[in-house]
Design a protein around this ligand. Structure first.
Ligand code: PRP
Length: 186
């Protein structure tokens, strides 16, 4: 979906689809280089649902052998993202022991999801665990997360698009854009 189809739902575009495409190609080249010598295919783990878009584009820009798997996680209860308590809704199908793992995320916000996920995956005996996130909000961070590949640092605004939703809407917007407050303030 194009931003122009959304009328006044958006206030401005933060990262355009052209910028996303260019940056994904750069990161794919870094990944090809960094993992050139591993003995098994790189295992990319996407975190549902937001990472679907970045996973699809990044994977297709990578040339080295890779496998893909998915996890779905959720914070307990209501507004408890800040609690850092995460529960697994869908676990991996693949055993990650001795595998080089790259977690793929759409956004690193407070850092609570990723810090939990890194610890969880590290406990399963992988050869390595690294993180690629398309967006990061430096001003929202509560827990430091070491992301090896970062697409863009963005302001601490309510953004949608390229996988990011508001009430499940706007994920298929091609750009990342700031949602107008009238959409979520009732
Ligand atoms: C988003 C995003 C990350 C998490 C980041 O997922 O995909 O997983 O929030 O936030 P944090 O750094 O504050 O933990 P969300 O829970 O909105 O689910 P979704 O991907 O299905 O939209």
């Amino acid at each position: 979906m194009e931003a122009s189809h959304l009328g006044d739902d958006l206030t401005s575009i933060v990262v355009s689809h052209q910028q996303l495409e260019t940056r994904i190609r750069e990161i794919a080249a870094d990944i090809d280089r960094d993992y050139a010598d591993i003995d098994k295919p790189l295992l990319m783990i996407g975190v549902l649902k937001g990472a679907v878009m970045v996973m699809a584009d990044l994977a297709r820009a990578i040339s080295i052998p890779l496998h893909m798997d998915w996890m779905a996680v959720s914070s307990y209860g209501h507004g408890t993202k800040s609690s850092g308590v995460v529960r697994i809704l869908k676990d991996l199908d693949i055993d990650i022991k001795d595998r080089h793992v790259l977690i793929v995320e759409d956004i690193l916000d407070s850092g609570l999801t990723l810090s939990w996920l890194i610890r969880n995956l590290a406990s399963r005996g992988p050869a390595s665990v690294n993180v690629m996130t398309m967006m990061r909000k430096p001003d929202a961070i509560k827990v430091q997360v070491d992301a090896r590949y970062i697409g863009f640092d963005i302001p601490n605004e309510f953004v949608v698009g390229f996988g990011l939703d508001y009430a499940e809407q706007y994920r298929h917007l091609r750009d990342v854009a700031i949602l107008a407050p009238h959409v979520y303030q009732h």
